[in-house]
Design a protein around this ligand. Sequence first.
Ligand code: SF4
Ligand code: SF4
Ligand code: SF4
Length: 231
Amino acid sequence: MKKSLAVFSLTSCEGCQFEMLNSYEGFNQLLEFYDLQNFRLGQEINLQGQFDVSIVEGCPDGEKQIKLLKNIRAKSKIIIAIGACAHLGGIQSERNQIKKVLIDKENIKPVPDVIKVDYIVPGCPINHKELYKCLLDVYWGKVFTLPDLAVCFECRQNQNECILREGKICLGPITRMGCNSVCRNGGEACLGCRGTIPAPNMLKMKEILSDIISEKEVKNLLTIYGDLEKK
Ligand code: SF4
Ligand code: SF4
Ligand code: SF4
């Protein structure tokens, strides 16, 4: 029997929803297991719940969205938060670093700081295959887990040169793998969009980065997708 599925979007760029649709074939296969009852981006007729599973993209910004998020929680058996915006606050949470006298707005909070979340699919954007795996695990009553190793593990498997050793910034040592070190494969640094591994060595990471950039720049680097020191 199919489970009911809803997809909600709060403050975000909606890129994770588009990534969810990245594989037309894969997404259609999911619909053999799920009845998509609410998906504003993709369909016109949407039901209001109850839902077996709700996917939440984006973070709640302001009272109205916090109320909406709590309402989603109340009518969903399982909540899956997708993407760095939902998981960590996302790029918009950079505003939390600005002095309140300059920007008179409440701090951005990630979804797990507001409601209980059952599963997180991280990244900016997510990887659609990881989301499909999560949805299938949930369907079959299995516990979905994320890999606990750091991006460095995948980076070395992919035989990239280590730019941190060359005196350039990279957050690979503290960041959770699962993206196949895609940024490093393309010649860029890892900036931590998947959040941290369990028990990251933040002190050592900051010590290494402090030899490359200023203390303020280290702080900025560690808060691009949300405050990694709090996670
Ligand atoms: S995590 Fe990134 S891609 Fe996904 S909605 Fe937020 S900004 Fe967009
Ligand atoms: S380049 Fe970055 S991700 Fe790759 S091994 Fe070095 S620190 Fe780790
Ligand atoms: S390499 Fe780092 S920044 Fe790039 S996708 Fe992976 S976790 Fe995100």
